[in-house]
Ligand binder design. Structure first.
Ligand SMILES: NC(=O)C1=CN([C@@H]2O[C@H](COP(=O)(O)OP(=O)(O)OC[C@H]3O[C@@H](n4cnc5c(N)ncnc54)[C@H](O)[C@@H]3O)[C@@H](O)[C@H]2O)C=CC1
Ligand SMILES: C[N+](C)(C)CC(=O)CC(=O)[O-]
Length: 490
């Protein structure tokens, strides 16, 4: 599902929203009075283009256009979603909603990125309060899936459902809050951690770098995959959560935190923190730090994807939706038998790049192996079939690396069946970017019984689907490089 979105306020968060929507095929219309807004959003887009599309193993839709508008009225024209991301001041947010509602479609959703205001506060004085809800994202909006969705009293069920559908379609995870509360859920935690950290620096207990190390070498990694409660359940040992609470419950009444106090923001404290932060990270520009952060996030999220867990499970669910209705979702009977089969259309992810600045050699095999899996699925050797004890094992592979490809490029793989009958399947994959041939992969596979681990006949349905392609593809030209061995150039 795509459409037109208006981004009102195009700073750190508005820019991230613009990228998330545009890269998912939406038409994006931005209003921001800052003369630098177009440049800044251009830089956010550049970072987003190199990171977001490679998160999944299916290509995103074609990027939507972004335009910049001098007035809110012009920006909201035709928008089905309006995302307000102006600075965190209630009077400014109210004035912005006033201008939006004078011109926008009354059916459009108006989401606010507010970090802390409640929807009832945002809706005060609005012409149509029922149109406004909190949609609080996390930075970088184009990579992190969480959006806290906090409807107010007037927001009706269908509108909330529509909002969730839109956010899910963008690959996000709308966390629907049951009740409004200052700072929603996640920012309450962040606020608590931030208070403690400020005290620790002020009191000379730890530097900004030491505090960051305490997070990133320990509980930060743990939280990214199991959160708080599941992590503590495991920490309770075999007796689980009850034992954990019995053991650590008393600590809650000891003076382990200074949650309700905030150190005074004197010039001295600000200089102390800013100085330590400069010493820690000043060697990098903010854009460089953003790219380092994005590389790490993509690598971690793709790791979780391989485990089908947490944010990675979300990516897999999104991928399923993306496949439906595309050539990446069809079965053998819907495909012509006399043309190569498209078995992959994906973006090269950031974590596939090596020290030579291009896709590393092992990822060519990775991409070809995924294409083989997809071809197996097309002929009916899918997860259910494999669970019933039949599958294919690869016996031999030959890859030719013909041209370079880089992170962010969309690659396709087309597969020709060279031979397929009985237990044997001989495939030839061609990897292309646009019209450029990047690599070929020749693979010989045998059908096996997963019980005996020995070659066995496939089911009649799988064999029939394979034979249909083998016969149809026999009329295609013999692919260049078929049967090649390493040797003197021929
Ligand atoms: N920075 C963060 O980590 C997060 C911020 N938020 C929330 O997002 C909202 C925006 O915050 P940031 O993007 O960080 O601020 P920012 O300062 O980076 O961007 C705000 C943008 O709004 C523009 N602006 C100012 N007045 C405007 C007006 N009348 N109409 C249109 N644009 C206007 C400014 O030129 C600026 O580009 C705030 O409500 C904030 O609480 C939410 C999640 C995270
Ligand atoms: C610091 N902050 C309150 C603006 C943070 C957020 O709102 C969410 C985030 O991205 O950390």
């Amino acid at each position: 599902m795509t459409g037109t979105v208006a981004i009102i306020g195009g700073g750190v968060i508005g820019g991230g929203w613009a990228a998330r929507f545009a890269l998912n095929g939406w038409t994006v219309r931005v209003h921001d009075p800052d003369p630098q807004a177009e440049r800044k959003i251009g830089e956010v887009m550049a970072n987003a283009r190199r990171s977001l599309p490679g998160l999944t193993d299916v290509a995103l839709p074609a990027e939507g256009p972004i335009s910049f508008h001098d007035s809110i009225a012009e920006a909201v024209e035709g928008a089905a979603w309006i995302q307000e991301s102006v600075p965190e001041r209630l009077d400014l947010k109210h004035a912005t909603f006033g201008a939006i509602q004078q011109a926008c479609d009354p059916e459009a959703v108006i989401g606010s990125s507010t970090s802390g205001f409640k929807p009832s506060e945002l809706q005060q004085g609005a012409a149509r309060p029922e149109q406004i809800m909190v949609a609080h994202p996390f930075n970088p909006v184009y990579l992190l899936p969480l959006v806290e969705l906090v409807p107010g009293e007037g927001n009706d069920g269908p509108m909330v459902a529509r909002a969730k559908e839109t956010l899910t379609g963008l690959g996000m995870y709308p966390l629907h809050l049951r009740k409004e509360i200052d700072a929603h859920v996640a920012d309450r935690f962040l606020e608590a951690v931030w208070r403690e950290a400020l005290w620790l620096v002020k009191d000379g207990i730890a530097t900004t770098e030491e505090i960051d190390n305490a997070i990133r070498y320990g509980f930060g990694i743990r939280w990214a995959q199991m959160g708080l409660f599941e992590t503590y359940r495991v920490a309770g040992g075999e007796a689980g959560m009850k034992h954990f609470m019995a053991q650590f419950g008393p600590a809650l009444s000891w003076p382990w935190t200074r949650l309700m106090d905030v150190p005074e923001f004197t010039d001295e404290l600000v200089d102390l923190i800013a100085g330590q932060s400069d010493a820690q990270s000043g060697a990098y520009s903010i854009r460089e730090l953003e790219r380092i952060r994005d590389n790490n996030l993509v690598t971690m999220m793709r790791g979780l994807k391989a485990q089908d867990w947490g944010a990675g499970a979300l990516l897999n669910a999104q991928e399923k939706l993306m496949r439906a209705g595309t050539p990446m979702g069809v079965r053998a009977e819907d495909l012509p038998a006399d043309a190569p089969v498209m078995t992959a259309r994906r973006t090269v992810p950031l974590d596939w790049t090596d020290y030579n600045g291009h896709m590393t050699e092992s990822r060519y095999l990775h991409a070809f192996a995924d294409a083989t899996d997809r071809f197996m699925e097309i002929i009916g050797c899918d997860a259910d079939y494999i669970a019933n004890g039949g599958s294919y094992f690869t016996a031999e592979t030959h890859i030719r690396h013909l041209d370079e490809v880089h992170a962010g490029s969309v690659i396709e793989i087309r597969t020709q069946v060279i031979a397929g009958a009985g237990k044997k399947m001989h495939l030839f994959h061609e990897m292309v970017e646009g019209g450029r041939l990047l690599a070929t992969g020749e693979h010989f596979l045998l059908h096996v019984s997963l019980e005996t681990r020995k070659p066995s006949a496939p089911s009649p349905e799988v064999e029939a689907a394979l034979v249909r392609f083998a016969e149809g593809h026999a009329a295609l030209p013999r692919p260049q490089g078929l049967g090649r061995a390493i040797g003197a150039p021929r």
